[in-house]
Design a protein around this ligand. Structure first.
Ligand code: NAI
Ligand code: 15L
Length: 266
């Protein structure tokens, strides 16, 4: 039976995905192996659990054995010290690809981030070919992950979807998220699309719902046939009544671009 590995399974998106996984048509009959470095609760009993620090290549090789593809969500999901990002995101993502190569795994979905391009001005339209302009050490680590994915595709034919996730939360809660929001339903339909498509190749996809004010265009990955359905504009009135008319962020990365460098905060 087909087996998929989910890293970062104890985190926000991993928890959401574990709950929905077996209800998604594309994953019926597929085994899910779930992993994180921290203990996490309430894995359904039909999920195989294996704790693993992504920074340890030998452990990651053992973790991926027998899996057909990997949904790689594990890592630090915000700005942090270079040393911690080096271990969890940079070494961790390299280890996932190197282990995939050594164990013959042919497809990886990498949770990249909009912060790879966070220093582009707001309202600038971007697509998969737009220049990387990371807004943080965190954003740099996601750019590194995308390059690792590109390398392992060109050299070893390991297919990848690098999903530049916008803001994936139950609902948008501020003005920026009217552009960047990715609903849980659209995120899971995107995962189904990139796991089930016959020819994935190497794809960079902006993980964003069908928001009226989106800055991101997935015109270069139309072959994936992913059609997001939700629109953050539905929440606009609620956001305005909660926090008033907010000013537009100067840069797409919002707070990540505004904050000082991690070793030299403003
Ligand atoms: P999260 O922080 O809730 O979950 C990440 C998980 O990775 C945590 O459970 C953590 O324990 C685990 N992890 C960290 N370092 C690890 C290591 N060395 N070994 C094993 N596991 C490790 O983040 P969330 O929101 O669930 O996001 C999942 C992924 O999607 C992250 O990679 C994040 O960078 C990315 N992403 C999320 C966005 C969002 O809006 N939620 C936006 C853009 C990217
Ligand atoms: C991310 O990359 C973070 O993981 C998430 O917590 C949010 O900050 C998101 O970007 C965002 O840009 O809203």
């Amino acid at each position: 039976m087909k087996k998929i590995l989910l890293t970062g399974a104890g985190g926000n998106l991993g928890t959401m995905l574990r709950q929905r996984f077996h209800h998604l048509p594309c994953f019926r009959g597929v085994n899910l192996k779930v992993s994180d470095h921290n203990e996490f609760i309430s894995a359904p009993k039909d999920h195989e659990v294996q704790l693993c620090d992504l920074a340890n290549l030998e452990h990651v090789k053992n973790l991926v054995t027998g899996c057909e593809s990997i949904i790689h969500l594990g890592g630090i999901s915000e700005e942090a010290s270079f040393d911690s990002i080096l271990e969890s995101n940079i070494r961790g993502t390299y280890n996932i690809y190197e282990a995939a190569r050594q164990q013959g795994i042919s497809r990886v979905v990498f949770a990249s981030s909009n912060h790879v391009t966070g220093y582009h001005p707001s309202e600038t339209s971007l697509n998969a070919n737009s220049q990387m302009r990371p807004d943080s050490i965190y954003g740099i680590s996601k750019g590194f992950g995308e390059l690792v994915a590109r390398y392992y595709y060109d050299k070893f034919n390991i297919e990848s979807a690098c999903i530049r996730i916008g803001s994936c939360f139950p609902e948008p809660t501020n003005r920026r998220m009217l552009s960047t929001w990715l609903s849980y339903t659209d995120f899971t339909s995107l995962l189904e699309a990139v796991i089930s498509t016959k020819n994935l190749g190497f794809a960079i996809v902006y993980g964003v719902s069908a928001n009226q004010d989106s800055w991101w265009d997935n015109c270069l990955v139309e072959h994936l046939n992913w059609k997001p359905k939700d629109n953050a504009a539905v929440y606009a009135d609620k956001i305005i009544s909660a926090s008033g008319e907010e000013e537009l962020e100067t840069f797409q990365g919002g707070e990540f671009a505004r904050q000082g460098h991690v070793n030299n905060p403003k």
